[in-house]
Design a protein around this ligand. Structure first.
Ligand code: 1HN
Length: 347
């Protein structure tokens, strides 16, 4: 029998020689490669708007939207410095556009969602149609669509950008190009996509050409009304309160193929049952205040704060006032791949 010390030396020597062939022994990393349950390398984090807003406004004195192309402060997971990721698959940032500014037209294969945090009256244009945005609206710029933004209002406008940048990077499937002019030509009157697709009706001969939703603004007024009516219709879910997912009316799936988006109402005094799921999720607080325990970390939050819940971290949400939370994650991707799991009760 070879002595353990001799064996260890022999193994080390073997690994070194093996490494020169760009090979490695599986048995040294098997447990990390196939963990018994998710072991996220990122953590819960919270960005309070009171702390963030002064920096956003200061950025507005340092660079124009035109020079920056997009004037955005990235929400980066503190456990992934330099990555521009909020989770390993998602990017998030807060974008500022000041009165009179234009963010020039471009397109890329990364899909983007906007969730309006502060202000109203700025527009985003997607493939030739503009929509005026208001607080709480959820707006999409699907993969490879031309988009530019402008603020014709008299106040700063701030929104949350969510993009599938890390996911697209993993596939090495990223393409981008700039528009020929700063603002794309308007080819359809405002409200066209809403009229065609957003009333439980679809144009009779229209066939969807892609997975993404033909609706590009899901206004808060309508979402809020639905949540309010839900509270009258029955009891809250123990884990979610009253929670709805945004939907592509043409196929019942998520409006963006790579990102699921959700809105939930937590009644005043509601304390959720512990819950975990495999989709790391970014939250934007739309109304109210409360606190969330995520694993061992507790964050107090209020309107306009943002926080991230990692995969498989047990979350418990408590609402001091009636509260509304917007969230997004990579859930549709995990579901398509038969990977998504949840655990109600948190065990
Ligand atoms: C982008 O195109 C926007 O169009 C926002 O507003 C954030 C982050 C990275 C890459 C492209 C936008 C972005 C982005």
């Amino acid at each position: 029998m070879v002595q353990p010390a001799t064996l260890n030396n022999a193994r080390r020597d073997f690994y070194e020689r093996l490494g020169s062939l760009s090979m490695a022994p599986l048995w040294e990393s098997l447990h990390q490669l196939v963990p018994p349950q998710p072991m996220p390398k990122y953590r819960p984090a919270c960005w309070r708007y009171d702390a963030v807003r002064p920096f956003l406004m200061e950025s507005g004195t340092l660079i124009t939207a035109r020079e920056a192309v997009r004037r955005v402060l990235i929400l980066e997971n503190p456990a992934m410095p330099g990555s521009a990721c909020i989770t390993p698959t998602l990017y998030a940032g807060l974008q500022l556009i000041l009165p009179g500014e234009v963010a020039p037209s471009h397109r890329h294969t990364q899909s983007a969602l906007r969730f309006i945090v502060e202000g109203e009256g700025a527009y985003t244009a997607v493939d030739g149609e503009r929509t005026i945005m208001h607080e709480g609206d959820f707006v999409i710029t699907p993969t490879w669509t031309w988009h530019d933004h402008g603020n014709d209002s008299s106040r700063p406008m701030v929104w949350l950008d969510g993009l599938d940048i890390p996911l697209v990077a993993m596939f090495n499937a990223g393409f981008a190009e700039n528009g020929e002019s700063e603002e794309q030509a308007v080819t359809a009157p405002e409200g066209t996509s809403e009229a065609k697709y957003a009333s439980g009706l679809l144009p009779v001969d229209w066939k969807p050409a892609r997975q993404t939703s033909p609706i590009f603004n899901y206004p808060y007024a309508r979402t809020r009304e639905a949540l309010h009516r839900l509270t009258r219709a029955g009891p809250a879910d123990a884990c979610h309160g009253y929670k709805l997912r945004y939907v592509n009316p043409a196929n019942g799936g998520a409006p963006i193929a790579t990102m699921g988006t959700f809105m939930q109402l937590l009644p005043k005094g509601f304390a959720s049952a512990p819950y975990r799921c495999t989709d790391g999720t970014v939250f934007s607080v739309v109304e109210g205040h409360g606190e969330s325990r995520i694993g061992d970390t507790t964050f107090r939050w209020k309107k306009r704060d943002h926080f991230v819940v990692p995969s498989w971290a047990t979350a418990v949400h408590q609402a001091t006032d009636e509260s509304v939370l917007f969230s997004f994650s990579d859930r549709p991707v995990q579901e398509r791949l038969d990977l998504w799991r949840e655990n109600r009760g948190g065990r």
